[in-house]
Design a protein around this ligand. Structure first.
Ligand code: 5GP
Length: 181
């Protein structure tokens, strides 16, 4: 494990198995339909690229970038769109792919914004969920894993842009994000 890790929460194999399961369920649910997958940059990118390879339907991608955290490990509660979608989602079957839901503020905001643009359907798929931290209720249609309240990195998730390329998900040592060395 990386020396900044407290413990490995999800191994490469566990993630792989679960992502393939999610892909099978999504393929079945959207059978005969074309899917527009919206990845939330940058954290969801690795999850998204694995997930779509387990989905059989015709798929289009688009990406959005939102900021709610800056460089800190705690939420400011404020959501801003840094990069909007390239194309209209009107009458499309939209699946938002997110890395982790924490307070729910980001997805609450995004679902309001996107549902006002007239999609045929709008669902949420998240790799990780921290239900105990929720401030705003969010209906999650597809969830990889529920986890406890650790700050996690790896498999796309970062702390100050680091650790995204780890193939597993680990809890970061509190002294790393608490300002210690
Ligand atoms: P929410 O708006 O639900 O509070 O936050 C969602 C965003 O917070 C995620 O997309 C992610 O960027 C960030 N986040 C929340 N918890 C964690 C965590 O444990 N690790 C990392 N790396 N990011 C997190």
């Amino acid at each position: 494990m990386h020396p900044h890790g407290e413990k490995i929460l999800l191994s490469e194999q566990e993630i792989k198995t679960r992502v393939a399961q999610l892909g099978r369920v999504i393929s079945e649910d959207y059978k005969g339909k074309e899917l527009l997958v919206i990845g939330i940059l940058k954290g969801a990118i690795i999850f998204l690229t694995d997930l779509v390879r387990s989905i059989n339907n015709p798929i289009y991608f688009d990406f959005m970038s939102v900021s709610s955290y800056g460089d800190s490990a705690s939420t400011s509660g404020e959501v801003r769109i840094l990069k909007d979608l390239d194309k209209s989602i009107e009458d499309r079957h939209v699946l938002i792919v997110e890395d982790i839901i924490d307070t729910g503020l980001t997805l609450d905001y995004l679902t309001h914004v996107l549902s006002s643009r007239g999609p045929a359907s709008l669902k949420i798929c998240t790799l990780l969920d921290k239900p105990s931290r929720r401030v705003t209720p969010v209906y999650v249609h597809y969830r990889g894993f529920s986890i406890s309240n650790d700050f996690v990195v790896g498999y796309g998730l970062d702390y100050n842009e680091r650790y995204r390329n780890l193939p597993y998900i680990m809890a970061l040592r509190p002294k790393i994000y608490g300002g210690g060395s």
